[in-house]
Design a protein. Structure first.
Length: 605
């Protein structure tokens, strides 16, 4: 690339950016190095600084977290607007912001920026205005179709009309992509006949080119529309045609979904051997690409196909693999979301404290002023009220985010009752509302520790008894925030080496939870207590009992209701090959009145 015809630094910046926008990623990295070199020569040029930052974001967007890039790219947008960037530069940056928000699942923000692109183009006089405007309408329609915004039909029709009007002046490949995007919008809204029309238009254009990868994607699109229509033969026809194209272009990212969909459709039509063949190809590619979602779905489907063939051993192996990938996916998602929620909570708590301190300082300043500033003081007090109102709604938003933890921290071994999270969070809300910050921080710390241990234990077969008792101690102290009771943990003998004894994680918690929720909380006794007794029976067995002096279990409930705690524990007992056993004892007095419930575990160690 050369700047020989560029007379000014601004011309050089515009030239380098225009060339960058048209290149592939590998060439873009080369151009980025030239941009860095140019910036070393002109470090004071503001526009060049933002072009450099923009190019870094484009190159790094596939390697870095999108939320980190969004902050930088918004800075670029503001810099472009201040320093006279061209309309095309501003459109490219808005498009990039839209893309990053979309990838980060911030659909509302993505739509907002997509609509800003439409406004910018409509106010401009760029050379290919019709095409740019049509493209922007199509992009907005795609986002609207994802969130059920009814304007997607209007925007989609307007976009495709504008693009067709400008079709004589645009590249055939670009026109094909817009037709395919519009077909995708229509398919997403179950308008399959219309979707097929535009998908076939895209196919007519791309079939005249040597672009094999786009031919593959177009055939996949048509096959998916026929599948949605329930026309399996035609869907299979286009997928099989796609396999022929894959021989010309060995692209694993494109082929993985082709083989998976073939496996799914062959299964539906009873061609099980072909289904297995294609699903196994999917697995090979999925492992190469580390596509855990695809591997989870593929192994699940493969297990069903093997079951239909009565190949139960293979079905069992496939099902186990799907469980492994499913657990891995859920664990990573839960860990990520939990970190984000806690981090967001801590950040917003700090913001609250800053706002509160700022408000208090303003009030002190107002008190020191004389009556001449009374009017100003009244205005600031009004502002303080509005800030307080804003803080209230922000606080409510924080609590709502924490409530999502109950749905995000599930895994196959145990579940903590959502009411427990609700009660803890309600207490935190009260403490924060009453500005008892230190007390709230203490309970947030305990709550965070509890969740972290749940996540850490989710892939462990055994934990030490010492860890389990610490976990239950934290859990019980948090339960005491909402239920008035005492608890006692007793070891027999006192010097029992609990750090060297290992048991299944979260084995006791569901029954401790039931003792509190169904026993102690419903009791009207003045003194309510829960006992956790650990007794060493011999070198390889221990007995652990969970006992309460609550209302006990009613006869009707014992006959008609099997609790989730019992069901989960019975299933775990089977999975762990009877390494433990348990029984439930209903204690009564001489008049047959209930005096509480006891659950006794005998565990091999």
């Amino acid at each position: 690339m050369t700047f020989i015809n560029a007379k000014t630094i601004k011309d050089k910046v515009i030239t380098i950016d225009e060339v960058f926008a048209e290149e592939t990623l590998s060439n873009q990295e080369t151009i980025l190095r030239q941009t860095d070199s140019l910036f070393e020569q002109y470090p004071q040029d503001s526009l060049l600084k933002y072009v450099k930052l923009y190019q870094h974001v484009v190159v790094e967007k596939s390697k870095t977290k999108h939320e980190e890039l969004i902050k930088n790219v918004v800075k670029v947008k503001d810099g472009f607007e201040r320093h006279g960037a061209s309309i095309r530069q501003r459109l490219r940056i808005i498009s990039l912001i839209t893309e990053l928000y979309g990838r980060n699942n911030n659909i509302k923000e993505a739509l907002d920026y997509s609509l800003k692109a439409i406004d910018l183009i409509e106010q401009s006089s760029i050379e290919d205005k019709l095409f740019q405007l049509g493209s922007a309408y199509i992009d907005a329609a795609q986002i609207m179709s994802l969130i059920g915004d009814k304007r997607f039909k209007e925007y989609g029709r307007k976009g495709i009309t504008l693009i067709e009007k400008s079709s004589q002046s645009i590249n055939a490949q670009v026109l094909m992509i817009k037709y395919a995007n519009y077909a995708l919008i229509l398919r997403r809204q179950n308008m399959y006949d219309s979707a097929l029309i535009y998908a076939q238009k895209a196919k007519l254009i791309i079939d005249k080119t040597p672009l094999t990868l786009l031919k593959i994607k177009t055939n996949q699109l048509i096959a998916s529309i026929y599948e949605k229509k329930g026309d399996i033969p035609n869907s299979l026809y286009y997928l099989e045609k796609t396999v022929e194209k894959l021989k010309e272009n060995e692209n694993e990212s494109a082929s993985i979904l082709v083989y998976y969909n073939l496996g799914k459709l062959y299964n539906q039509t009873g061609k099980y051997d072909l289904s297995i063949k294609n699903l196994n190809k999917t697995i090979v590619i999925g492992k190469n690409l580390n596509q855990q979602d695809v591997l989870y779905n593929t192994y699940s489907l493969l297990a069903k196909v093997y079951r239909k063939q009565n190949k139960n051993e293979l079905a069992y192996e496939s099902l186990n693999q799907s469980i492994v990938y499913g657990d891995s996916i859920r664990k990573k998602r839960n860990e990520k979301e939990s970190r984000e929620i806690i981090s967001k909570y801590e950040t917003e708590k700090k913001e609250q404290q800053i706002i509160q301190l700022t408000q208090e300082n303003k009030i002190k300043e107002l008190e020191a002023r004389n009556s001449y500033y009374f009017t100003i003081a009244s205005i600031l007090i009004g502002i303080g009220f509005l800030i307080g109102l804003w803080m209230f709604f922000r606080q409510r938003s924080i609590i709502q985010n924490f409530e999502r933890i109950q749905a995000q921290l599930r895994w196959r071994r145990a579940q903590v009752n959502p009411h427990f999270f609700f009660n803890v969070l309600s207490t935190l809300q009260t403490l924060l509302y009453e500005k008892r910050i230190q007390e709230a921080q203490k309970h947030v710390s305990g709550f965070s520790l509890l969740m972290r241990q749940i996540l850490e234990d989710s892939d462990r077969e055994l934990v030490s008894l010492e860890e389990e008792i610490k976990f239950l101690n934290t859990y019980l102290n948090l339960e005491k925030l909402s239920v008035d009771f005492d608890f006692e943990i007793v070891l027999q003998p006192n010097d029992l080496e609990i750090e060297d004894i290992f048991i299944p994680p979260m084995l006791l918690q569901p029954f401790v939870e039931n003792a509190i929720e169904h026993g102690l909380s419903k009791s009207d006794k003045e003194y309510k207590k829960l006992y956790l007794n650990v007794i060493e029976l011999n070198d390889d067995k221990i007995q652990i009992s969970v006992k309460d002096n609550g209302v006990g279990r009613s006869e009707k409930r014992k006959k008609k209701h099997i609790s989730m705690a019992i069901a989960i524990t019975q299933e775990r007992k089977k999975l762990m090959k009877n390494t433990f056993d348990f029984e439930i004892i209903d204690h009564k007095d001489k008049n047959q009145n209930s005096t509480g419930t006891e659950v006794i575990f005998i565990i091999k160690v």
